[in-house]
Design a protein around this ligand. Structure first.
Ligand code: GAR
Length: 201
């Protein structure tokens, strides 16, 4: 892997367990990674992702319950930590357009299915896996995509298909999907950070 000269500062924004955040932080512990996780942004101080951040010595910023304030909050945090790439993982609110504009569109999200299938408002986490199971699918997948002002509708960066034949519960599907997410997301983030770094030279 190419050696990065200076690391791109990223923020991870989420409200869930934080397993992806953990994988992204762990992957950055080697010298040849082009990004560093500068801050975790969450909606609840007691969320799993907040625990992950504190456990790893990474600053945790909590958004207010009044979503009207979130745009200004996130842009302030992005400036405070010199964020160049915002990474969503299990963020259950709509990201304000002002944030996407402020970060020049450098905002990505991971979705636990093969978008555009099983996406859109209200489709997150276990609900997605339950819908996939109910439909009798034998494959599902992971999608990493650019974030726009519409839920799960931004251009797709990468998709990976996952065989779920024989899996009987949404929990089992979630486990298999997450294990793919944990290797795919850090890899894609690193590639984007390298590209951002190169665009400066
Ligand atoms: C991940 O599986 C991610 O794909 C999903 O939430 C989970 C967060 O898990 N995102 C969505 O469903 C977005 N619509 P984590 O908190 O353990 O990383």
């Amino acid at each position: 892997m190419k050696q990065a000269t200076s690391r791109i500062h990223i923020a991870i924004l989420g409200s869930g367990k934080g397993s992806n955040a953990h994988a992204i932080i762990n992957a950055a512990k080697t010298n040849d990674v082009a990004y560093e996780v500068s801050v975790i942004i969450t909606t609840r101080p007691d969320s799993g992702i907040a625990e992950v951040g504190r456990g790893q010595g990474i600053p945790v910023e909590v958004l207010s319950a009044d979503t009207a304030e979130n745009g200004d909050q996130i842009t302030r945090i992005a400036d405070d930590y010199s964020i160049e790439l915002l990474v969503l993982s299990g963020f259950m609110r709509m990201l304000p357009t002002s944030v996407i504009q402020h970060l020049h569109g450098q905002v990505i999200n991971i979705h636990p299915a093969l978008l555009p299938a099983y996406g859109g408002k209200g489709m997150y986490g276990r609900k997605v896996h339950q819908a996939v199971l109910n439909a009798g699918e034998t494959v599902t997948g992971v999608t990493i995509h650019w974030v726009t002002e519409e839920y799960d509708a931004g251009a797709i960066i990468v998709q990976e298909t996952i065989d779920i034949l024989g899996l009987r519960t949404a929990e089992e599907i979630e486990g298999r999907v997450k294990s793919v997410e944990h290797s795919l997301y850090p890899r894609v983030i690193n590639e984007m950070a390298l590209r951002l770094e190169e665009s400066k030279n």
